[in-house]
Design a protein around this ligand. Structure first.
Ligand SMILES: Nc1ncnc2c1ncn2[C@@H]1O[C@H](COP(=O)(O)OP(=O)(O)OP(=O)(O)O)[C@@H](O)[C@H]1O
Ligand SMILES: [Mg+2]
Length: 258
């Protein structure tokens, strides 16, 4: 499905849509380095929002604030009805179960097999699941990414693209409602990058997740974005569909397409 179809299917201005994630007036500075400054963004149910920004613009800081790894100086972050900044340790742990996070580095455990990597989050968070249910979930997610045959392999035996797929399967294993992707196609060849982008869209449609995708890979942006947010000077400088952003006359937006 191309971007035009996705946009036609999901009008971005529908007023009654539910925000699953709402960030208001977020500010985060490290000493005199003001990284996020009055940053505002709402992500709606069943929507993929891409955050586009130059290196060092604060994209990873933004994601870390959302999952409570960094504490902002000002502003509010509401995720699935919870005020993230007011949550205690247990509350944060609980909300993180509902948010999947795909690290740029994949963060697979080298000493564990693919199966063990996928079982790990379930052991921690879904202690009531029996062995059959765990096996079934592992098989479901590996089938989703087309890698059931790698179940007993070690991550080091897999290509970069396969590792990314396994990392995606692990991100999905708890069936999160929101997924945060940090540069999911960076470092992959264009064909593999396209496959990962396609898989991200398929998984979003299958599990009805909402996502924030950090990327500067324009092919990935075009393939996955329902909306694009351009992060400049710590603010959501421009927000719109891929087509809107692509056609922008703003120099600070145009630079991403050169
Ligand atoms: N823990 C920290 N302590 C101090 N400064 C930090 C910390 N984390 C990030 N920064 C600073 O915040 C700014 C934004 O960093 P961030 O990692 O969010 O950039 P980014 O947009 O993700 O870049 P890239 O595309 O290279 O990943 C940088 O100036 C960085 O030095
Ligand atoms: Mg980053």
């Amino acid at each position: 499905m191309d971007t035009a179809d996705r946009i036609a299917e999901k009008p971005v201005s529908e007023p009654q849509r539910t925000a699953v994630l709402e960030i208001k007036q977020l500010k985060k500075a490290f000493g005199s380095n003001v990284v996020l400054d009055d940053f505002n963004l709402a992500v709606y149910r069943d929507e993929n929002v891409v955050v586009l920004g130059r290196s060092g613009s604060g994209k990873s800081v933004l994601i870390k604030c959302i999952i409570g790894l960094l504490k902002p100086d000002l502003g509010s972050i509401n995720v699935l009805g919870e005020d993230v900044l007011a949550l205690d340790h247990d509350g944060l742990d609980h909300i993180r179960m509902r948010i999947g996070f795909l690290f740029q580095s994949n963060a697979l455990y080298d000493s564990m097999t693919v199966r063990e990597n996928l079982e790990f989050p379930m052991r921690r968070h879904l202690k009531n699941m029996n062995t059959d249910e765990v096996n079934e979930r592992v098989n479901e997610m590996l089938s989703n990414v087309g890698l059931l045959h790698t179940i007993d392999m070690m991550p080091s035996e897999l290509s970069g693209g396969m590792q990314k797929r396994i990392a995606l399967a692990r991100t999905l294993i708890l069936k999160p409602e929101i997924i945060l992707y940090d540069e999911p196609t960076t470092g992959l060849d264009p064909v593999t990058g396209r496959e990962i982008s396609t898989l991200m869209v398929e998984m979003q449609e299958k599990y009805k997740t909402s996502s924030i995708i950090i990327s500067h890979d324009m092919k990935c942006v075009k393939a996955t974005a329902d909306r694009v947010v351009v992060l400049v000077d710590g603010k959501a400088h421009a927000i719109g569909s891929y087509a809107d952003i692509r056609q922008s006359a703003d120099e600070r937006v145009k630079q991403f397409f050169e």
